[in-house]
Write a new protein. Structure first.
Lengths: 157, 157
DNA sequence: TATAAACCGAACCAAGATGGTACTGTTTGC
DNA sequence: GCAAACAGTACCATCTTGGTTCGGTTTATA
């Protein structure tokens, strides 16, 4: 299931705020007050971003968080992975504790082929939007390149 | 909040099934059995699709649902609208019964500008994927039309 | 070295969403 | 008139979401 929940939105807001003040150490309180959002909520998403390696944390007095890498090399897809966890449409193949597939269809499941296609399409779009785009606030509209049809039989994910 | 929930997936599956048998009247039972999904679940999404004008319903003995329009002119965005309802990231401006905005920031909300951009980008991508693409099972990769090249590290996906 | 600013991390909880189901009614072909 | 099939609504257990709380740790600074 793909979702961009409200907490994820907060995370994107926080990431943008830090990216704007590139390299600068900013307390969670400041971010929260800027957006008029509760401090614990913002600290929560900042922890997640830090845990995912997107931002750095600085403890102690005068501490906070900072974004030190290149905003152009961080994609929206990466941010969503960190904030929401990896996702997939129709988890056809979930596995039980013993590693056996639970899917009731399994053989020649008719949905997998095209659901995988949707996955690729959406993920591809997310991968091409960078944090820099978010900071600039104006995004290009993604365009489907229909001339580059992909027909692969054995996808490895 | 953007989400593609499991029920929405079922809806997409059902739509694809009907589109494959273009014009043919198919009972909900048949679709459900094909995907090994509970009949009431499939009828639920088929009702939604019918309500949204995506498919036609035929009552009485020998009835069912049929897809009669052009699969190339139905977009994934339209299907998602029908199945999940319209969505937006960060509903900055929700209104109470008297029509007054609830948003606590309102003036010069820093998030609206770029969140709107994300909305446009994602919706644009969904609008360019047609039901026909889903039926074929192989999707074109969405490409962001940027004048400036983006730096990409090793693709892991 | 005492203090306070700030992050860490885990647990907790009410409220809402999700996924399924059930039941009664209506249309219609045979 | 019977039964197949859709229509509509309401229901419910369970999971998720959004948000809070609390005790602990790190560290600049007075």
């Amino acid at each position: 299931m793909l979702k961009i929940s409200r907490v994820t939105d907060y995370g994107l807001l926080a990431a943008v705020y830090l990216a704007r003040k590139h390299g600068e150490v900013v307390a969670a309180r400041e971010v929260a007050e800027f957006y008029h959002l509760p401090v614990p909520m913002i600290t929560k998403v900042l922890k997640a971003l830090n845990h995912g390696g997107m931002v750095n944390s600085h403890r102690g007095v005068g501490g906070g968080y900072s974004f030190d890498s290149d905003a152009e090399s961080v994609t929206l897809g990466q941010l969503l992975d960190v904030l929401e966890g990896p996702w997939d449409l129709v988890e056809c193949e979930t596995f039980d504790e013993e590693g056996h597939a639970i899917c009731s269809i399994r053989v020649a499941c008719p949905s997998r082929r095209f659901m995988f296609g949707i996955n690729r399409a959406i993920k591809g779009a997310f991968e091409q939007i960078t944090l820099g785009d978010l900071v600039r606030g104006s995004l290009p509209v993604p365009v489907i390149d229909k001339s580059r049809l992909i027909r692969r039989t054995a996808e490895t994910n």
